[in-house]
Unconditional design. Structure first.
Length: 210
């Protein structure tokens, strides 16, 4: 057995190679490439179809919707939305205080709701006496808070990926967020693996031997 002192006596390069070897041993076997490619093609095809249908729907709405419309339950819509925003703020604060990984999701949801709030406040108050207040509120409060939430989520994802790289023994800087691959789902593994339980992605216990 290789004990702690043996590992300490290794050079930095030897420890790096050891981490790489352990990561390779702990990586699950990839699924069949052809089946995985077929699933990816289906998913991408569905996304493209949704984009085309949504673009056509937006054009139809822009051409047919009336410029002014009397809402059925204006109070209920805005009170319900603000309640959801309040709960999201509370969940974000709890996750940050408890240092939970779900904070990343909370920050993304919070940023989305703040952007929606700013958009509808400004658009629906256009040509009314409350337009200036809604515009200033969006520029000075809601959009800056949304930007901080997105930047915070981005930073947490990059920190998490840096730790994963360190575990795998991969040197070098952390890649850009758009270049970071999904953890546990590589080119040769199906996207359906994302729906598997956490135990599906956990490495099997191994021991270090000479």
């Amino acid at each position: 057995m290789v004990d702690y002192e043996d590992v300490r006596r290794m050079t930095a390069q030897e420890r790096l190679r050891l981490r790489q070897m352990l990561a390779e041993l702990d990586t699950p076997e990839p699924a069949a490439g052809e089946a995985s490619q077929r699933r990816r093609t289906i998913v991408l095809g569905l996304v493209i179809v949704c984009c085309v249908v949504l673009a056509a729907w937006i054009g139809d709405l822009a051409a047919t919707l009336p410029r002014y419309y009397r809402a059925g339950d204006w109070r209920g819509a805005w009170v319900g939305f603000d309640v959801a925003l309040l709960l999201t703020f509370a969940a974000t604060g709890w996750a940050a205080w408890r240092r939970r990984q779900i904070l990343i999701i909370c920050l993304v949801v919070l940023a989305t709701l703040l952007c929606c709030d700013a958009w509808f406040d400004v658009v629906l108050d256009a040509r009314t006496s409350g337009f200036v207040f809604s515009l200033l509120s969006a520029i000075l409060i809601e959009l800056p808070l949304a930007a901080l939430a997105i930047l915070g989520a981005r930073r947490l994802v990059r920190i998490t990926n840096a730790l994963v790289q360190q575990y795998r023994g991969e040197p070098g800087p952390v890649p850009r967020l758009r270049d970071i691959p999904l953890a546990g789902v590589g080119r040769d593994r199906p996207l359906s693996d994302l729906l598997a339980g956490p135990e599906h992605h956990l490495p099997a216990p191994t021991s270090i031997v000479e």
